[in-house]
Design a protein around this ligand. Structure first.
Ligand code: HEC
Ligand code: HEC
Ligand code: HEC
Ligand code: HEC
Ligand code: HEC
Ligand code: HEC
Ligand code: HEC
Ligand code: HEC
Length: 487
């Protein structure tokens, strides 16, 4: 029987450093054991033998997985209490079609605890009013179920007879709000009905959602040396191994799961994918983030520009309610956790040098483009030059794409070592669009006030000085004079 660490275990000890914890016993919770008396429901055999005929493929997938091998049957997962809102009576048994994280948590305590309160679990909440502006106004509500919700998750609605409303299900979005109130869908990464570890360790588990203009992690990974090494050496990755510690069980390449979830050295694996991220990259201006842990097990990020609460203080959670702060993890600790993964395969100099290059790109993006653009937009709204309605004016789309598309690509490219995304798909387009689309649109919208506005936020800043240095020679585009003998 495998033993797994509870959430309060080694992971936080490492984030915080042993000195801060001072060996405080309460953060080193008991290990959680899989308890065989939890499974082997007597009604399960009948389910499997009938479904072997009515849905043979599904039953075969279950047969091939670790659950069937350990004796975990259909009823062990699908059983429901008669009072559950989505309970149905099926072949004489009370079952539910949805098997929520809470149901998995009957056996897998730590994975469920780690997931709850993670960025992934907040993926429905984060959509907020963006949903209205993008899905409903810019396009139409019909796209929500097939688009946003498939990645972020739907709020699953149950009809009067216990069946699931097709406007909200099927869905395996990462932060799905289940009828029992739990958040997430474990089959987002562990495809049913095999629920394999090996499959979730493969980048393919993540890239269904992490691809495209604003979170191009698939493309970034493929274009990086890590992606190159992964493709060349997939057979050496030991993906099906019982333990999967970087540098010990495999060393050929890291996958998404290695850096964001996997075990390395003393750092244990965790289902909280955001814990090792120092920045929030997908925002108009990036800020480093504190991680605040509450005594009730919940957690939230807090931008580093804000004063972090003290241990024991009451502080606001993501859902707006107050709770007691257990401890605060500063951004550099989160970075250290990430770096401890790199250090299994790289030297300190390579790791820290790389992080420096990455942080420099984020800071360049912030200072030169993101902050001036944000402030210009704020002034235009304040002066009544733009309607408060989002996306009804061209400059709003230009601004949105500047940070959300090319701006995000540049930051993700620099974070995960794709020079193509850091530059051509990223910062090159940020620069081009800032000077040749965004500023001309500011001039159009602001009219007579334009120059004063642009001077205040742009031209007077050091990084934009080149605009004024009209004397500089211009060797680009093949117009400049060539060195003698130059190609
Ligand atoms: C005698 C055959 C039979 C038995 C026994 C049986 N099922 Fe089914 N089950 C079916 C059929 C047929 C369907 C409908 C398939 C379809 O909709 O295409 C179904 C549907 C389901 C669904 C899907 C419901 C939905 O909303 O889509 C689930 C979940 C399910 N069964 C689980 C179970 C479980 C758990 C058991 C054991 C308690 C069980 N079944 C026992 C035949 C059976
Ligand atoms: C480890 C837990 C687990 C076990 C064991 C399990 N299921 Fe499921 N099953 C799930 C999850 C998770 C889903 C996805 C539902 C959701 O969206 O949450 C699901 C979905 C289903 C569905 C609807 C899926 C579809 O694609 O149409 C059926 C039918 C079903 N299960 C039947 C069975 C049967 C029959 C067995 C036994 C042979 C079984 N399940 C064993 C967890 C389990
Ligand atoms: C292909 C999957 C996918 C689809 C479709 C999708 N998102 Fe996202 N979304 C993501 C991922 C992945 C992130 C996380 C980006 C990051 O932090 O790197 C994200 C982040 C966000 C964020 C937070 C930061 C940001 O980039 O603005 C909001 C808000 C958001 N999405 C809203 C929406 C809305 C509204 C829709 C539909 C109109 C939508 N998303 C469609 C995958 C998707
Ligand atoms: C974001 C993708 C993702 C989601 C969502 C996810 N998992 Fe995992 N899971 C993984 C990865 C990756 C591994 C392998 C981790 C490793 O070994 O480094 C894993 C491993 C596991 C394991 C094996 C642990 C062990 O000791 O080897 C269990 C059990 C598990 N997950 C349960 C769950 C449950 C329950 C949920 C829903 C609450 C869930 N997972 C949701 C990616 C995911
Ligand atoms: C009734 C107990 C029970 C429930 C409920 C349960 N599991 Fe498991 N799970 C197990 C057992 C037992 C194993 C096998 C452990 C082993 O091999 O050491 C396992 C193994 C796993 C693994 C590792 C698979 C591998 O490749 O080795 C994953 C992932 C997993 N479960 C995910 C889930 C998810 C997701 C759910 C909910 C949809 C779930 N489990 C529900 C008992 C359960
Ligand atoms: C079903 C879609 C989906 C899958 C699969 C998925 N993610 Fe995500 N992920 C999201 C969405 C949506 C967000 C944004 C959520 C938010 O901002 O609250 C996100 C956010 C993240 C973040 C950002 C955390 C932060 O600090 O802001 C990381 C890192 C991440 N995912 C890693 C992964 C990894 C690694 C995998 C695969 C093992 C994975 N994700 C699988 C949808 C998904
Ligand atoms: C070599 C390690 C490594 C690999 C492999 C890797 N990442 Fe990352 N990822 C990072 C680092 C480092 C960051 C920046 C973290 C920070 O904010 O300090 C990052 C950032 C992210 C973010 C944005 C989080 C934020 O800070 O807003 C997402 C989302 C993400 N990665 C998803 C993925 C996915 C999906 C894959 C696989 C396709 C992947 N990563 C592969 C190391 C890695
Ligand atoms: C499991 C091992 C492993 C882990 C973990 C890992 N890498 Fe790598 N990394 C590699 C391999 C293999 C290469 C390709 C080396 C080569 O072929 O030259 C590589 C290449 C690189 C390169 C390109 C170096 C060059 O000279 O072009 C950088 C930069 C890099 N990794 C940074 C990181 C960072 C930062 C982390 C942690 C966030 C990390 N790596 C985690 C294995 C790993």
């Amino acid at each position: 029987m495998r033993e797994v660490m509870g959430i309060q275990g080694g992971w936080y000890a490492l984030l915080l450093g042993a000195c801060l914890l001072g060996g405080a016993g309460h953060t080193l919770a008991a290990k959680v054991k899989l308890e065989p008396s939890n499974w082997g429901h007597p009604a399960g055999e009948a389910c499997a033998s009938c479904h072997a005929k009515s849905s043979a493929g599904l039953t075969q997938q279950w047969q091939d997985g670790a659950h069937a091998k350990a004796g975990v049957n259909c009823m062990d997962c699908h059983q429901a209490a008669p009072g559950d809102s989505d309970a149905i009576t099926h072949e004489g048994q009370v079952i539910a079609t949805i098997v929520s994280p809470k149901d998995c948590g009957r056996c897998h305590v730590s994975e469920v605890e780690e997931s709850q309160g993670s960025v992934h679990a907040e993926a429905v909440a984060v959509v907020g009013d963006r949903l209205k502006a993008l899905a409903d106004n810019l396009t139409g509500p019909a796209v929500q179920a097939a688009g946003c919700d498939q990645c972020h998750g739907s709020v699953v609605k149950v009809r009067g007879d216990g069946t699931l409303d097709p406007a909200t299900w099927p869905n395996s979005g990462i932060g799905r709000v289940n009828p029992d109130g739990s958040k997430g869908s474990c089959s987002a990464c562990h495809g049913r009905h095999e629920f394999s570890r090996a499959q979730a360790r493969d980048p393919a588990a993540c890239v269904r959602c992490h691809a495209g203009p604003d979170s191009p992690d698939k493309e970034v990974f493929e274009a990086s040396k890590h992606g190159m090494a992964y493709v060349a050496h997939r057979d050496k990755m030991n993906l099906g191994s019982d333990t999967w510690v970087a540098g010990k069980d495999y060393s050929a390449a890291p996958t998404c799961a290695t850096c964001h979830m996997g075990a390395a050295g003393k750092l244990p694996a965790s289902h909280d994918v955001g814990m090792r991220d120092a920045w929030r990259l997908n925002s108009p201006v990036s800020e480093k983030q504190y991680l605040i842990m509450f005594t009730d097990g919940d957690k939230r990020d807090l931008p580093a520009s804000q004063e972090p609460p003290k241990r024991g203080a009451q502080f606001e959670k993501n859902d707006g309610t107050q709770a007691e702060v257990k401890f605060v993890v500063p951004p550099d600790r989160r970075r250290q956790a990430m770096q401890s993964v790199c250090l299994e395969c790289h030297s300190k100099a390579v790791t820290e040098g790389f992080m420096k290059q990455f942080d420099n790109v984020v800071e360049l993006f912030n200072a030169k483009f993101a902050i001036p653009a944000r402030d210009l937009m704020a002034d235009l709204y304040a002066a009544g030059k733009l309607t408060p309605l989002p996306f009804d004016e061209p400059i709003e789309l230009t601004y949105w794409e500047l940070w959300h598309d090319e701006g995000a690509r540049a930051r993700h490219g620099a974070a995960m070592a794709s020079p193509n995304h850091a530059w051509w798909e990223g910062m090159y387009l940020v620069g081009r669009n800032f000077y040749t689309r965004f500023l001309p649109q500011v001039r159009e919208v602001a009219g007579a006030d334009a120059q004063a506005l642009i001077d205040r936020h742009v031209t007077t800043k050091d990084q934009h000085q080149w605009l004024k240095d009209g004397q500089q020679t211009n060797p680009i585009l093949g117009f400049g004079k060539r060195e003698a003998g130059g190609g």
